[in-house]
Structure formats: C-alpha cells, structure tokens
Design a protein around this ligand. Structure first.
Ligand code: RBF
Ligand code: MG
Length: 425
C-alpha cells in the first residue's frame, strides 16, 4: 500500500470534507481498487474468500499506522460534539464504571467519557501506533493494578481475555464496519459485560458516509452499518437487546444495546442432582462432545422458569469403585437445557426437555448410566439456537466450552468448585 493517497482518504475518514471526498479522492481510489480486485480475481462474480482474522487485522493496522496525526487533528468541533452524544448514550456511566473502547484509534471518545466521570477505560485497537498515541495523550496506570486509569490492549476484541472485564459499557465507535467478524466481536463483548450493561455501535458521520467509504475500501471496511432489521438478526442469539436506534442517512448512526439482567441467571447457582440417563442417541460422543444427561422430570422445580440454552458451572460424577481419582473430582462443565431444535425440521425441537451436561474431563469409563451426578450451574451463556446443521452447532459448542473455561477460571466462579452441594454423596 502506498501511504500518500491512503493518507488523504484516511484524513477524510474522520473530518468528512464531503465535497472533496466524494468528487476527487474517493471515486478514483474506488475505481482503482475495484479494477485491480476484479483483474486479480479469476471470477469477478465470486465474492473473495474472507481473509483470516490475523490477515484482516494486519491490513487494518497497516492502513492506520501512518494516520495517527491526521486522525488526531481531524476531530473538528462538529465531530467532537457528535462524539459527546455517543459517550452520553449510555445511561448511568460515572466514576465507578469500567468502559471498553473498541477500535479506540487515537482516543477521540476518551475525553467525552472522562467528562462524564469515567476513569477506568480499556482502549483497544489492532494498530499499535494508535495505542501509543492514546498512551501519550491520556497517560496510563501501571500495566497491572486496580487503580482506575486509561489502559490499552492491542488486538481484536474477539480475542480479549475474560480477565480484562467485566465492563459496564462497550463502545464500537467508527469501527463496526471494519471488524473482521462483527457478530463474533459482539458475542465476545457480551461475555465481558456485566448484566444490565450496554453496547454502543456508532458512527459519527452516519450511514451514507460510511457506505461511500466502504465502497472505496471494500477490504478495509467489509461490513455495512446494520439497519435495525439486520442488527436484530445479528443479535438474535446473543444476550443483547436493542434499546435505541438512530439511523438517518446523514449524521450520527447509533445503536444502543443492552445486556439483560438475566445474563447471570437470578436463580443461579442452580443445583441439580440425579442419576445419569441415556441421551437421545445423537452420538454426541462421536462428535467429540460427550454428555451426561439428567432426567428433567425430577428436576422440574429447579428448572422451572429457566430459559432454554447453555449454562456453565461445575459438575461431579460418582464413577463408582475402581475409577481413577480424577474421575471422581469436580470438573468444569457446560450444560444445554432445551429441546435441540437443530434436529427438527420445524425448528421447535423435541417435545421433551433434555438436560445435557458436557464435563471437561476425559473419563476412563465410556458410560455412567445410573451413576449419580451433581451439577452447580452458575451462568447463562446463550439461548438455545436452531443451527444450520451439525458443523455450526459443533463450532458453537466449542465456543461455549472456551467461554465457560474462561468464566470458571475467574475469581467470580472458581470458588464454586468447592461448593458443599457437589461434595455430597
Ligand atoms: N442443540 C441445539 O439444537 N441447539 C443448541 O443451541 C444446542 N446447544 C448445545 C450446547 C451444548 C454445550 C451442548 C452440550 C449441547 C447443545 N445442543 C444444542 C444439543 C445437541 O444437539 C445435543 O447434545 C446432540 O444432539 C447430542 O444429543
Ligand atoms: Mg449424550
């Protein structure tokens, strides 16, 4: 990439000198990029394969690295006033709040968060030069420590470790269209957010501007700013609800989403005990995700009112005499309580509820039918979903397992390994 023409466009990216942008820089750049893209592609009709996250983010970092001072100096008073609205969109932010700023850039949003009293901010970006500027402008607390400060994290939000949370708000300002995978980013953000907290997806320059920029830089900006219907589809199986949406062609685009209070279910910890029963012969062991199932009927009182979906927690099987000690220990688990709609043409699932517990341990024995199992479910990961098929379900279960592991290692949930209920005979 040559820095000079891109520099002009990147500056326009925030300052929005629309006439100049639309009439001189963008169309030329746009035509050039399109022409070279289709020339390089064997079939212009086939959409190019999505690059890996690593490759995608390297492209972002490369583009923005030379733009630090342009971006910084391009926050006009008009743009700044809109950014104040963005920071103000989340109710209740103040000195006790911890805020995640995804795609922080040079930190344009930070003064507006600070003027609302927020002191504890994690600025995230895939471009190290941007984060150096954030550090220079806003100072920083020590890398470790609990003092509220502006800290930085280099990388994709989809890879942000759980220990960086929990947050009271996550802002995706002027970055959503640039993300490698917006859904994955939102999903990961959800797991770092407290119940009742908020996500803001915003672009100060609005839809029309974003679409122009996207057209001229399809690799850099693969995604549209979602309209309400598309956004609702995007979050359909995420623990998020849409609260407010401003989406006019011109001017501020802003979607305010909320993590429900029920994310960590009010009934948790949910303590279940029973004898392990055969499953439905769907071959979950063959899938690499063996489950030990509990009969739902005797657990009706504990299960009543719980949303169908995936929970995480701790479990212990009594494997009987002669089993290795590790098999009798408490282990991490993910549990699906639901009707497995993926395997039903209507998508409603089988009539009878199933309680399927995948324990993150390799047991010596193949089956434990009739053996006692105890489970303490602590948090709700996501609702049950009708997936397109087994591969998608399996990929999702692996994501659930990863998220559950991270949650269960946290100070919040690790102590429940020693819950007295699990130790009972
Ligand atoms: N089945 C579904 O139809 N939708 C789901 O969202 C779903 N999530 C699951 C999550 C976990 C952690 C586990 C262990 C199972 C899940 N299942 C789901 C059930 C899955 O279909 C079932 O385990 C296999 O069919 C084997 O019985
Ligand atoms: Mg099973």
């Amino acid at each position: 990439m040559s820095a000079r023409p891109l520099g002009v466009i990147a500056k326009a990216w925030l300052t929005a000198p629309r006439a100049a942008y639309f009439t001189s820089n963008a169309p030329q750049g746009s035509r050039c990029l399109r022409a070279s893209a289709s020339a390089a592609s064997p079939s212009a009709a086939d959409p190019p394969a999505a690059p890996s996250r690593e490759r995608h983010n390297a492209t972002q970092a490369e583009f923005f690295a030379p733009q630090v001072h342009e971006l910084q100096s391009s926050i006009t008073p008009d743009v700044d006033a809109v950014l104040a609205q963005v920071a103000g969109a989340v109710p209740g932010l103040g000195p006790a709040s911890r805020v995640l700023d995804v795609g922080a850039g040079t930190g344009a949003l930070i003064p507006h968060l600070q003027s609302r009293g927020v002191r504890d901010i994690l600025a995230l970006d895939v471009c190290p030069e941007m984060l150096e500027e954030v550090h220079r402008r806003f100072g920083s607390g020590s890398t470790l420590g609990n003092d509220p400060a502006v800290r930085t994290w280099l990388g994709d939000v989809a890879e942000l470790p759980a220990y960086q949370g929990p947050f009271d708000a996550a802002f995706f300002n002027a970055v959503f269209g640039n993300l490698h995978d917006p859904r994955e980013a939102l999903l990961r953000a959800c797991f770092l957010l407290r119940p009742g907290s908020h996500v803001v997806i915003s672009h100060p320059l609005g839809r029309a501007w974003h679409e122009q920029f996207r057209a001229s830089h399809p690799a850099l900006v693969p995604h549209a700013l979602p309209r309400q219907e598309a956004l609702e589809a995007l979050i359909a199986d995420l623990p998020l609800t849409l609260v407010e949406m401003r989406d006019e062609e011109e001017g501020l685009y802003l979607a305010l989403l909320r993590v429900p209070d029920g994310y960590s279910h009010p009934a948790a910890p949910i303590r279940l005990a029973g004898a392990i029963v055969p499953g439905f012969g769907r071959g979950s062991r063959q899938l690499g995700v063996p489950t030990a199932n509990l009969a739902p009927a005797p657990l009706e009182a504990q299960l009543r009112g719980l949303p169908a979906g995936v929970y995480f927690g701790w479990a212990r099987v009594d494997p009987g005499a002669g089993a290795p000690d590790a098999d009798a220990a408490v282990h991490k688990m993910v549990m699906n309580v639901g009707r497995r709609p993926t395997f039903d043409a209507q998508g409603v699932g089988v009539a009878e509820l199933s309680v399927e517990v995948h324990i993150m341990h390799s047991y010596a024995a193949e089956e434990f039918y009739g053996r006692p199992m105890r489970v303490v479910a602590l948090g709700f990961i996501r609702p049950e979903v009708k997936f397109s098929g087994l591969p998608e379900l399996l990929a999702r279960i692996h994501a659930d397992i990863g998220l559950a592991r991270a949650q269960l290692d946290s100070d919040l949930w690790a102590p429940f390994r020693d819950d007295a209920f699990l130790a009972q005979a």
